[in-house]
Design a protein around this ligand. Structure first.
Ligand code: ASP
Length: 353
């Protein structure tokens, strides 16, 4: 073999070594896709009509070649639905898959692509049930992939970069949207259309994404993931909990309807600080006496629903949701009911999570 040939074989070997080492030092992020507007397509780039959950995870990832600069990507399609159709079956499949994959030392973090309508709920469910401190980041988009100035690719890049950062370990489940990093215990969709729709009305964001790196300014004090006491690995369904909304002139019709439908717990999205009409108060009090726990929450976008305010919770054996929205309260109550129906124990959980 002549020197020229030897040299070119040697450089090829070095290139392979460099590529291999480069690939090893980059974290591996596992993308689990569930659908949503981020995977949506419309007929026109400038009008609003579109169908969520239309393109595959491979197509989503192919649209963002820059992902390769921050992580090695592996992916899997868990579902391809609008998140208005998100359900317990998909939740359980998702969390069981995360719990299984998180044991693999070669996987450094997870990104879940998700519709924005119920992203807050899935994020909170995973926050309480995923058994890993590896980063788990949910991401979506307000505009479909075919729209002019689609926000999905930038959000996806930021989400992967966030999950790939060692600084994101043990932060609880997070949502990355519009350059913000928001904790699962305080995320709300606040606007039906705006790309800046996601907000954290009580505590502010955990940080921001800047030049492909997270800058954290806050950590959540609430228990999550490996510190959470809930285990859904053996479950194939979750107890039914219904949310009932408070408004002027409410009667007990919806309380009765929920109980007749087989609810195992109720969340009341009350007016103000979780208040309710006398008729509803009486019906909810009866519900607790029948063994169906009640959590008082508020229809307001921010602020705590406090114990012992206008309503004496101990007199009715109610639990108060503190900073959890009615949707998050429902998830915590469902998980609480897998362990207890005691209102004091449920109240403890509402102060810790
Ligand atoms: N309906 C869509 C969904 O939640 C909305 C979105 O993703 O922005 O899947």
């Amino acid at each position: 073999m002549n020197t020229k040939k030897i040299k070119s074989i040697l450089s090829l070997c070095m290139l392979i070594v460099f590529i291999t080492i480069g690939a090893q030092v980059k974290p591996t992020i596992y993308v689990l896709a569930t659908g949503g507007t981020i995977a949506g397509t419309g007929k026109s780039s400038t009008t609003s009509a579109y169908k969520a959950g239309s393109i595959s995870v491979e197509q989503l990832l192919d649209a963002v070649p820059d992902l390769a600069t921050v992580a090695n990507i592996k992916s899997e399609q868990i579902a391809n639905i609008g998140s208005q159709d998100m359900n317990f079956q998909v939740w359980l499949k998702l969390v069981k898959r995360i719990n299984e994959l998180s044991k693999d030392p070669n996987i450094n973090g997870f990104v879940i692509t998700h519709g924005t309508d119920t992203q807050d709920e899935t994020a909170y469910f995973l926050n309480l049930t995923a058994k890993t401190s590896k980063p788990i980041v949910l991401v979506g988009a307000m505009r479909p992939s075919t729209a002019l100035s689609a926000d999905g690719p930038r959000n996806l890049f930021n989400a992967v970069a966030c999950a790939a950062s060692p600084e994101s370990i043990a932060k609880g489940v997070m949502v990355v949207m519009d350059d913000k990093i928001i904790g699962a215990d305080d995320i709300s969709k606040t606007n039906t259309l705006s790309v800046g729709s996601f907000d954290n009305p009580n505590f502010g964001p955990l940080g921001i994404m800047y030049n492909g790196k997270p800058i954290y300014t806050r950590t959540s004090k609430k228990k999550n993931t490996i510190d959470a006491e809930f285990d859904v690995t053996k479950l194939d369904k979750l107890p039914r909990v219904d949310i009932i909304l408070g408004y002027v002139n409410t009667d007990k019709v919806f309380v009765d309807a929920a109980l007749n439908a087989g609810a195992k717990g109720l969340v009341y999205a009350g007016v103000g600080n979780g208040n309710m009409s006398g008729e509803v108060l009486n019906a909810l009090s009866q519900s607790v006496k029948k063994g169906i726990p009640v959590v008082r929450s508020s229809r307001l976008p921010a602020g705590p629903t406090c114990q012992w305010d206008e309503i004496d919770d101990d007199a009715h054996n109610f639990s108060a949701s503190w900073y959890l929205t009615p949707q998050r309260s429902r998830i915590l109550l469902m998980l609480a009911l897998t362990k207890t129906t005691d209102y004091r124990e449920i109240q403890r959980m509402f102060t810790e999570y």
